[in-house]
Design a binder for this molecule. Structure first.
Ligand code: FRU
Length: 519
């Protein structure tokens, strides 16, 4: 029998497993070592990601007075390296126009908005006002886009009361999450926003007056409500070719159910976004090109204004699925972000794709490394022995070679009976994460005990994996970030061993185990 019960004002959970009762202190057991969480209470989408003067700003959907979703504010955190975050005072509060839903921020270095004063560069936030009072009347025009500016690098904000909302609602119920980017190709501001079942593009010279340009619909993969888009130009790695990418979150309709985020590669002529022909063919074939095939990466958006943004974008997501966003068994805070990642656009033999990697700055925190050049495995091998590595803050890299039409599972386990299996199945042609046996919380388990899969077009003779582990998450990067799977879990005790299993002989090469230290 297993049950959990809340004790001590939500500070710890007691669980019962067989005859042994144990206490779990959620700060020690579940507060991630290197993934951002708010100190207290509810967090959802990342918002307002901009870079200025060596600092990355991360705002987030926040209900500061409770651990469930509530009237939305923007919380704020800053980082110099996209790994260590420092939480800042709340940035935006609801007002007479409504709650402050998701949106973006830019550093207006040319003062195109005119909000700059005394040589101070304005940061401009564009966000959705959600009018909950109006919503109660059954009205549809409840969401509009508002503007606020900051003259002290995002610490304090002034709402543009005389001009808000800067984009009014013309009758679309879900009309939100404006993402503004400096279009360095056409020298204009460009905004993408989610309008029910499509993305809409707008342009502006001053961030206050917006002109509608066009819509984009996905005719291949049908989804529920569109949310939290992103749209930007990027150079194809190693070339000067510029492509445009639309990143788009949906709920429902994710790769493995619930919520998820796709991306689309194409061209933009200053008005319309059209899919690249080869990408359209790939989309037709695969029925969805996902930023993440795991279930727990939603509302991912990129930083604007970073020094190398023409060829590399930094991105972060909310590490959960909307199907069970209220279920994580933490009470002090609820909501965690993915690790910040780097996106590069690659042209491969078929089409364009992202290569996705954890931010390079993570390497700074590697305290110890163990390597093994080659291990010949006969069905099974122990790659990390009990207690050798702290698997709540580690990165494991390995190549698998000599693979056959068989299933290869990496298995994390501990003495309290939790296991997490992941790897590649050449019989079913997919990558997978199986978390059917990795949860301490019954409610969470009931909602998450499934195998998530990412289809592969061919079976693979050799593959490489990069595995990032924190206390409650796995981020699995396949073949240089060609595909990523992100999932969360809540264990009875931390994982202590890693084994690998196959049906016959194969080889593990270049095993590199990096132990992090974030102190
Ligand atoms: C996505 C979302 C956004 C919205 C925000 C409200 O998770 O629904 O579309 O702006 O959350 O918190």
């Amino acid at each position: 029998m297993t049950f959990k019960k809340l004790v001590l004002c939500g500070l710890s959970l007691a669980y019962f497993s067989g005859a042994v009762a144990q206490e779990i202190n959620e700060e020690t057991a579940y507060r991630p070592n290197f993934h951002f969480t708010p100190k207290k209470n509810w967090m959802n989408d990342p918002n307002g990601l901009f870079y200025a003067d060596g600092v990355y700003h991360l705002f987030f959907q926040h209900w500061p007075y409770g651990n469930v979703w509530g009237p939305m504010h923007w919380g704020h955190a800053t980082s110099k390296d996209l790994v260590k975050w420092e939480e800042q005072p709340i940035a935006l509060y609801p007002d007479r126009f409504g709650y402050i839903f998701s949106g973006s921020a830019v550093y207006d270095t040319k003062n195109t908005s005119g909000f700059g004063k005394d040589g101070k560069i304005p940061a401009i936030a564009l966000f959705t006002y959600h009018d909950s009072a109006k919503e109660k009347t059954g009205a549809t025009d409840v969401e509009s886009q508002g503007l606020a500016y900051s003259l002290d690098n995002g610490q304090t904000w002034t709402k543009y009361d005389e001009g808000n909302p800067v984009i009014k609602n013309n009758g679309i119920r879900d009309f939100r999450d404006p993402k503004v980017t400096w279009d360095w190709v056409n020298n204009k501001w460009i905004m993408v926003l989610a309008a029910k079942d499509r993305a809409q593009f707008y342009t502006s010279d001053n961030l206050k007056d917006w002109k509608y340009l066009s819509d984009f619909e996905d005719k291949v993969s049908k989804h529920g409500t569109w949310e939290c888009p992103d749209f930007f130009p990027i150079k194809v790695k190693g070339t000067n070719e510029v492509k445009w990418v639309l990143i788009q979150s949906f709920y429902p309709g994710g790769a493995n159910g619930g919520s998820g985020t796709q991306y689309y590669v194409g061209d933009f002529d200053g008005k319309n976004f059209t899919l690249d022909k080869s990408f359209a063919q790939k989309l037709e074939k695969e029925k969805g090109i996902w930023l993440d095939y795991g279930r727990d990466n939603y509302a991912s958006v990129t930083w604007g204004g970073s020094p190398d943004e023409q060829y590399k974008k930094y991105i972060i997501g909310w590490m959960i699925n909307l199907d069970y966003a209220f279920e994580p068994p933490t009470n002090i805070w609820r909501g965690t972000n993915t690790v910040a990642r780097e996106l590069e656009l690659i042209k491969d033999k078929n089409s364009y794709r992202f290569s996705i990697a954890p931010v390079a700055a993570l390497k700074k925190y590697v305290a110890a490394t163990e390597t093994q050049k080659k291990i010949t495995v006969n069905q099974t091998a122990e790659l990390i022995k009990e207690g050798k590595t702290n698997l709540t803050q580690a990165e494991i890299n390995l190549d698998l070679k000599g693979l056959k039409k068989e299933k290869y599972s990496l298995v994390l386990s501990n003495k309290t009976g939790d296991t997490l299996k992941f790897g590649i199945d050449n019989t079913a042609k997919n990558l997978f994460i199986d978390r059917t046996a990795s949860s301490n919380s019954t409610t969470f388990k009931n909602r998450t005990a499934k195998v998530s899969k990412a289809s592969l077009t061919e079976d693979q003779k050799e593959v490489s994996f990069k595995i990032l582990l924190d206390k409650t998450s796995i981020e699995l990067f396949y073949n240089d970030g060609d595909k990523v799977l992100t999932e969360i879990f809540f264990l009875k005790s931390p994982f202590t061993t890693l084994t690998i299993e196959g049906k016959s002989k194969f080889v593990v090469e270049n095993l590199v185990i990096n132990q992090f230290n974030f102190k």
